[in-house]
Write a protein that binds this ligand. Structure first.
Ligand code: UTP
Length: 288
C-alpha cells in the first residue's frame, strides 16, 4: 500500500456557500490568508505525496492557477523586499506537482474519484476532500498511510461525533475489538440520517484506497440524492477486502459548511501572534 499520488475532488457545486460560491470555488475561500486547498495540499506534501490530481469543474480553473508559478508576482515581492511573502508563495508552487481532470457533470463524490482513474493507474492512492480541513501535528493522511502500509488494507478516516451531530455523517459500525489503538475493522458503513446509527464513529474526507475501487465505481449505481456515492463503493469493497477505520490524531473542520469555515478561521486566526490579542479582545467584548 505504498502511496505516491493523491486525488483531491473540488468539483462540487458548494451550494451551502451560495451566493459566494457562484463565482469563487469554496475550496479557495481563505482560512485567515490561505485558501482551504492550500492546507490540504500542504498536508499531502508533508506526508510525502508529491503528485496531486484535482478533480475540477467549470469555473474552478483558479485552483490550478493557485499552485502555478507567478513570475510577475515573485519579481514584484522580491523588488519590494517582502521576502516572507515571497517565500510563502514560492514554497507552495514548487512543493507539489499539480494535475487536473474535469468532472463534466457533478454526479457525486464516487464519480469525481472515478474521473481520476487514468492519472492514478494501478496504484493505491490517497483521497483528500477539498473542503475538509484536518489540523494535526502529524499530517492525517500520513498517519493513515502508515496504517495502510502496516496492515496492507484500505483505510478510512474516522472521528467521534456527539450524539446530536451523528445524522450529518456516514457512520461506521466497527468490530467491537479494535485491531490496534485507534484502528478498527469496519463491519458496515451506514449513510447519513440513519435512524439507528451503530456507533458515533463518523467518516470524514480522507481515504487510502486501492485501484480496485475504480472497477467498483464503474458499476456503482446512483444512490442517496441520485449521486454515485463513494460510500456505496466502499461497502462493496469491504466485501472483498477488510477496510480499516482509523481514528486520526488531530482536529477536523468542515470548511464546506458555514459554521465550520468560521470556526476554522477563528481557531487558525487565534494562532497568529499578530491577530490573537485583538481577536481575544473582540470575543471578550462580544460576550459582555
Ligand atoms: P460536498 O459533500 O461538500 O458537496 O462535497 P458540494 O456539492 O461540494 O457542497 P454542497 O453540499 O452543495 O454545499 C465534498 C467534496 O467533494 C467534492 C466537493 O468539491 C468537495 O470538495 N465533490 C462533490 C466533487 O468533486 N464532485 C461532486 O460531484 C460532488
Amino acid at each position: 500500500m505504498k502511496v505516491t499520488k493523491a486525488v483531491i475532488p473540488v468539483a462540487g457545486l458548494g451550494t451551502r456557500f451560495l451566493p459566494a460560491s457562484k463565482v469563487v470555488a469554496k475550496e479557495l475561500f481563505p482560512i485567515v490568508d490561505r485558501p482551504t486547498i492550500h492546507y490540504i495540499a500542504e498536508e499531502a506534501w508533508r506526508a510525502g505525496i508529491r503528485q496531486l490530481v484535482f478533480v475540477t469543474a467549470s469555473g474552478k480553473g483558479a485552483i490550478e492557477d493557485y499552485f502555478d508559478i507567478d513570475n510577475g508576482l515573485e519579481l514584484f515581492l522580491e523588488k519590494k523586499g517582502d521576502l516572507e511573502r515571497l517565500r510563502m508563495i514560492r514554497e507552495i508552487s514548487r512543493a507539489v506537482e499539480v494535475h487536473s481532470v474535469r468532472q463534466k457533470q457533478q454526479l457525486g463524490l464516487g464519480h469525481a474519484i472515478l474521473s481520476a482513474r487514468n492519472f492514478i493507474g494501478d496504484e493505491p492512492f490517497a483521497v483528500l476532500l477539498g473542503d475538509d480541513l484536518v489540523d494535526a501535528k502529524k499530517p492525517c493522511i500520513g498517519q493513515m498511510m502508515q496504517v495502510a502500509e502496516k496492515y496492507k488494507a484500505p483505510v478510512i478516516a474516522a472521528f467521534r461525533v456527539p450524539e446530536d451531530k451523528i445524522e450529518r455523517y456516514g457512520i461506521i459500525d466497527p468490530d467491537p475489538r479494535p485491531v490496534a489503538k485507534r484502528v478498527w475493522n469496519v463491519r458496515r458503513m451506514v449513510e447519513k440520517k440513519r435512524i439507528d446509527p451503530p456507533s458515533n464513529l463518523a467518516i470524514i474526507g480522507r481515504y487510502i484506497l486501492p485501484a480496485r475501487i475504480f472497477d467498483i465505481l464503474e458499476s456503482t449505481q446512483p444512490g442517496v440524492g441520485g449521486e454515485i456515492q463513494l460510500t456505496d463503493a466502499l461497502i462493496a469493497l469491504n466485501q472483498e477486502h477488510q477496510i480499516l477505520a482509523y481514528e486520526f490524531e488531530g482536529d477536523r473542520y468542515d470548511a464546506g459548511d458555514i459554521f465550520g469555515f468560521i470556526q476554522a478561521n477563528l481557531i487558525y486566526g487565534l494562532r497568529r501572534p499578530e491577530l490573537k490579542p485583538r481577536l481575544l479582545a473582540l470575543l471578550k467584548q462580544l460576550c459582555e
